[in-house]
Each structure stands twice: as C-alpha cells, then as structure tokens.
Design a protein around this ligand. Structure first.
Ligand code: 5GP
Length: 189
C-alpha cells in the first residue's frame, strides 16, 4: 500500500449496522443442526443449497448435522443486482441428480416474499421427491406474498436489506463473518 492510501476495513464499514454477531449465528446454526439430526435420524436426506447466498450457511449447517447426507446446489434467479425481487423466478443452475423418492432439505439464506421458495418447493414435489422441508437462516416474514412453511428457521428479521455471511448487495459483502443491515444503499463505499 502506498503511504497516501487509506486503509478501509470492509468488516467495519460505517454503512453497515450489525444485526447478528458471528457467535450468535454459530450458536443458532448448531441448534438447527442438532434439531435436523434428530428429525432425520436413520434417513439419508439430500440437502439442496440455493446459490449463491446460502453457501456459507450450508457449509456450517452440514458440519453441525451428524447424519449421512448428500449435498447438491441449485441457482434460482429472482433479484438481479437490485434490492427488490423482480417477481420472475427461473432456474439458472439445475440439479445434477434425480430427486424422486428422496427426502429433500432445501437450505436457503433468507425467505422474503416467498416467491423463490414456493416455486422451488413445487418444482421438487413435481419431480417426485418423497418429502421436501426447508431450512432458512433468516425469515423476513412481513414481506411474505406466498405461504411458505419454514421447518427450521434461524432468525426472524424486520423488513430491511441484510448482507453478510453469504448474503450480498450487488456481489459485495458475502465475506462478512456477521450479518448486517445496509444503512444507506445509495452509498457506494
Ligand atoms: P423471495 O423470493 O423470498 O422474495 O427472495 C428470496 C431471495 O431474495 C433470497 O434467496 C435472497 O437471495 C434474496 N433476498 C431477499 N431479501 C434479501 C436481503 O435482505 N438481502 C439479500 N442480500 N438478499 C435478499
């Protein structure tokens, strides 16, 4: 770094209002993993992570889940680069394996309007899944437009745009170890 450059910390950016600390997240994910282990004891569930936002949650959740399980990923587009859902849901990356007869646990970062999840749950049932449950780290329940049952919910949050722990704003902030609200989305830095 040159002597005139200013060191700016991404992790303590003043435009971020911390909501959940890394410790709070780890404690809650461990509880969710224990509950999932109890509920699926003796089964071989297939965990489907919804890219990209759920990748960090999924990687912590599987290590908190003492089960024989499979992991697959799907990517669903409904947002583009903005902060509001476009309402149009489509599969951008599909599964590499069949799901018929499988017990599916969808692992999602956040349920907002519910459009993405109601589409995905319907699609997995259509493909012949034996059961479909949902683990979501965050539930922005005030904004729900579709009825979606969250079987394992990390935290309920108010209607604010959150980033960190895998969640982005225009591809930024996924690497924050905690979850924060963006105070002023118009600020670039
Ligand atoms: P839904 O279809 O429920 O409206 O939206 C679900 C998807 O929207 C989530 O998987 C996530 O990608 C995105 N999303 C919704 N709310 C937020 C938010 O507060 N922050 C971020 N980073 N993404 C969000």
């Amino acid at each position: 770094m040159s002597s005139s450059a200013v060191a700016v910390s991404e992790f303590s950016n003043p435009n971020l209002e911390p909501l959940f600390t890394s410790e709070q997240i780890q404690t809650r994910v461990a509880e969710m993993g224990a509950e999932i282990s109890r509920d699926y004891a003796g089964q071989t569930p297939l965990l489907i992570g919804v890219l990209k936002g759920a990748y960090i949650f999924l990687s912590d959740l599987v290590r908190a889940t003492d089960l024989r399980l499979g992991v697959e990923f799907m990517a669903i587009s409904s947002y583009g680069a903005g902060m509001r859902s476009s309402g149009e849901v489509r599969i951008v990356k599909d599964l590499d394996v069949p799901v018929d007869g499988r017990d599916i646990l969808i692992v999602e970062d956040i349920v907002d309007t519910g459009l993405t999840l109601s589409f995905l749950i319907g699609s997995l049932h259509q493909r012949g899944a034996k059961s479909v449950r949902l683990a979501a780290l965050l539930d922005k329940h005030e904004r729900r437009e579709r009825d979606v049952k969250i079987d394992y919910c990390g935290f309920r949050i108010p209607d604010a745009f959150v980033v960190g722990y895998g969640l982005d704003y225009a591809e930024r902030y996924r690497n924050l170890p905690y979850i924060a609200v963006i105070k002023d989305p118009s600020l670039k830095d």
